[in-house]
Design a protein around this ligand. Structure first.
Ligand SMILES: [Cu+2]
Length: 557
């Protein structure tokens, strides 16, 4: 049964186009389109430095699409101000909640005492309306990170901002210019309504079901019998090969540093300069594929940690990940920074240029990728056998189990395979200096990423957060976490408070991260040193997946 209102879908598309035109008109007049905050913008600096910060969480009127909406902002800004810290300093942040509902700020990827982590119900009670909470912690790391609300859907409505921690001994890969490029997804809909629609029907926002012309094309290329068989296969599984994103471009406007594609964020350079771009995916639900047509990007850091430089044309950035790249624009011309959503339903875009007001051609989006059997079943023939937890069986919350997951890290992921561009894969990332803790893990915890797409239920091992007991790590132990993705979606999994040190398929150290994106039907393993006492959140960073229950509490004691 299809309960979507096609009229509704057309309307949202029209609104998107309207938004583009409005944004364009405003840009032409030299106004800041998108965010109506000229007053606060003039007063509040977009970048804050030092060791003491006063941050106020409040509402902000915005207009990204031609409709006025209220966003959640920090100091009247969306994204929240860039916080520039220095490794070795201790920072104090007084956060005042001026909303009518409780709020919080979580410092994503930062090693800190559990009470400073900012997750209501786990780290602290949250910040009540009118209240000020003071966060204070020493900085034991450097690199690109970000911060966001961990309360309700406030992250979806704008409460996210970048953090740059300058290394005490200077940048390993210096550059003449340094820009944060923060990607996000904005919806005019109330996120509560988005979530309710998804619960009502998991593919509510998926307007990408195969169409009649596509079926005819398949018949032409594969023959009637195979095309029919394939349709029947998908129908039998009550799944769609177009299940790439729960929410797409008909609903979302994709932003780069808070600007719509028409509003066009720009970064300036002089020819021959090295430009460092600190990409942060601060979106609620969107994986982006990023490229700058005509320019090679040298990836030098992942999740704040320096890596052996690797030159690529394109990289996928999952929700909550950060990547630093260095580019060297060789000509006196503009270059488009292009970030298309994984389902190719829209994009964020900005421009690198020698002078303000220039732009470059925006590439066409790639064709929408289609899931392969490998994305659903893993390594058919070969591959290790998965051990499923008992609650994964006879469970309405689990519609699929992968018995032979693949564990290769050299796959950049669906839509990036064999597209003629050199796309980054986790196998290309090598953290400089290796693992922080070389001990062989003394214990292994295997968890399965599970869900029921149609009912929009998400969980670990078939058990949602509200029904689950905390995981226990023994203080000081080195352990191995194994994640097996039993679903057809990517899940960027984030462990708070401790590093996740990804292993290659042979068990050797690969890369240190705070968020590990697990591809469909993939098995990954990573080392964790339980050196941070207290209670921590461990969850999928797709906001609506976390809300639905793909989360655990971890207790280190
Ligand atoms: Cu998820």
């Amino acid at each position: 049964m299809d309960t979507r209102d096609p009229h509704d879908a057309r309307l949202s598309r029209r609104r998107f186009v309207q938004g583009l035109m409005l944004g364009g008109a405003a840009a032409g007049l030299g106004m800041r389109a998108g965010v109506t905050m000229a007053q606060s913008d003039a007063v509040a600096p977009r970048e804050l430095r030092g060791t003491r910060f006063d941050l106020a969480i409040g509402e902000l009127p915005v207009d990204f699409t031609g409709r006025r909406r209220l966003a959640t902002a920090v100091n009247g800004q969306l994204p929240a101000p860039l916080l520039r810290w220095r490794e070795g300093d201790t920072v104090t942040l007084r956060v005042t909640n001026r909303l009518r509902v409780p709020s919080s700020i979580h410092w994503h990827g930062i090693l800190l005492p559990a009470g400073m982590d900012g997750v209501p119900g786990i780290s602290f009670p949250g910040i009540a309306p009118g209240e000020t909470f003071t966060y204070r912690f020493p900085l034991r790391q450097s690199g690109t990170y970000w911060y966001h609300s961990h309360s309700g859907f406030q992250e979806q409505t704008g409460l996210y901002g970048p953090i740059v921690i300058e290394p005490a001994r200077g940048e390993r890969f210096p550059a003449e210019r340094d820009y944060v490029v923060m990607l996000s997804d904005w919806t005019d809909e109330d996120p509560l309504a988005v979530y309710a629609h998804l619960k009502q029907q998991g593919d509510y926002y998926n307007y990408a079901e195969p169409t009649a012309p596509e079926f005819l094309r398949d018949v032409r290329t594969q023959g009637l019998r195979r095309a029919l068989a394939e349709r029947r296969m998908w129908q039998r599984m009550r799944m769609s090969p177009a299940d790439l994103a729960d929410v797409g471009g008909a609903t979302y406007t994709y932003l780069m540093n808070g600007r719509t594609p028409v509003d066009n964020w720009e970064g300036l350079f002089k020819r021959g300069e090295k430009v460092r771009l600190r990409f942060i995916n601060g979106s609620a639900m969107t994986l982006f594929d990023v490229r700058i047509p005509g320019l090679k990007m040298t990836v030098v850091a992942a999740d704040g940690q320096d890596v052996e430089p690797v030159s690529v044309d394109e990289f996928r950035i999952a929700v909550a990940e950060t990547y630093d790249v260095i580019v060297e624009p060789s000509d006196d011309r503009a270059w488009t920074v292009f970030a298309q959503a994984i389902d190719r339903s829209g994009y964020a875009r900005g421009t690198l240029a020698p002078r303000a007001g220039m732009d470059a051609p925006v590439p066409a989006m790639d064709a929408r990728p289609v899931l392969s059997m490998g994305d659903m079943m893993g390594a058919m023939g070969g591959g290790s056998m998965a051990r499923h937890a008992r609650p994964e069986y006879r469970n309405p919350g689990v519609d699929m189990r992968v018995d032979t997951p693949r564990s290769n890290l050299d796959d950049p992921g669906i839509g990036l395979r064999g597209n003629g561009r050199r796309a980054l894969a986790y196998a290309d990332l090598h953290t400089i200096g290796g693992a922080l803790d070389a001990r062989e893990p003394g214990r292994e915890i295997e968890l399965h990423l599970t869900g029921n797409m149609q009912r929009y239920m998400w969980s670990f091992d078939g058990v949602k957060f509200s029904d689950a007991k905390p995981l226990h790590f023994r203080a000081g132990e080195r352990l191995r976490l194994v994640l097996v993705n039993d679903t057809m979606m990517n899940h960027p999994i984030h462990l708070h408070g401790m590093w996740s040190e990804l292993e290659n398929a042979d068990g050797g150290f690969q890369v240190r991260k705070h968020t590990i994106d697990v591809q469909p039907a993939q098995r990954v393993a990573y080392g964790v040193t339980a050196n941070a006492l207290g209670r921590w959140a461990y969850h999928c960073h797709m906001l609506y997946h976390m809300e639905a229950g793909m989360m655990r509490e971890v207790v280190v004691s």
